[in-house]
Write a protein that binds this ligand. Sequence first.
Ligand code: RIB
Length: 297
Amino acid sequence: MKTPVITVIGSINMDMVTTTDVVPTQGETVIGKKFKTVPGGKGANQAVAAARLGATVHMVGRIGDDPFGAILRKRLEDEGVNVTGIEPVHQCSSGVATIIVSNEDNRIIVTPGANDEVTPNYVKKFKGVILSSDIILLQFEIPMETIEFVLELCEQEKVTVILNPAPARKMNIAYWRKAQIITPNKTEYNALFSRETAGNLLEKLIVTEGKNGASYYKNKEWETVSGFQVKPIDTTGAGDTFNGSLAVAVANGSTLEEAIQFANAAAALSIQSFGAQGGMPTTDQLKSFIDKHTAKD
Ligand code: RIB
């Protein structure tokens, strides 16, 4: 089987993660349990997820010329991601995410920094890589004009795009139609797709629903592919693991149902370790997890 080529055009962040039993309300100070700095960013996370599953992955994104930038680029390189498309922005901080992990869930504030410099002109420099990819993965942590530019380009050149609209941002209906697969979570789906809009896009949507799995529209009905029940340690990056893995499975020619099951399993494994990228599985880990969990059925 040919190795799939996936290009991620998206964000690269340093995640500043505080684990706490109590989340403060406005004006309140609480004592947390643990603090850690780990690589993240929806784009970078999806790139790592796909690379661990054996895809050839190119990352197009920006880092600051601060110490975080160099660390983030090196980490991606160590994961086997091609980092030629990552250039530093002069006198700019890298993207950072402030994350609170509490009660088996998370809250995230992203400060984009250099991610705001992933402009259409910057992305144009990597047109060759984009057009030779099997799949482009896009999220919503870079400028909207860039997302629109990539969707337009890929439609013209017939390159498949998986669009993960996270965090939820409005976009003109004409652009949603240019993506082949759109993967909001339940909250993003409710925020972005009114009934009428969804009516035109139904066949493209895969709505992720955490431990319940993910739903897609088949033969004029919503079909849910069940999730795998595991004890979560940190759910950060579960959606990114889902998207990176989905891209690999789709590029490998899986049916949508098979691809969703594969991605559900990868997401279930990812939440059993700390950090967005910490628990993302390799192909062997994922295969043995699926074998173990489907053998019981
Ligand atoms: O999806 C999780 C990611 O969202 C984190 O790694 C954080 O950087 C934010 O981009």
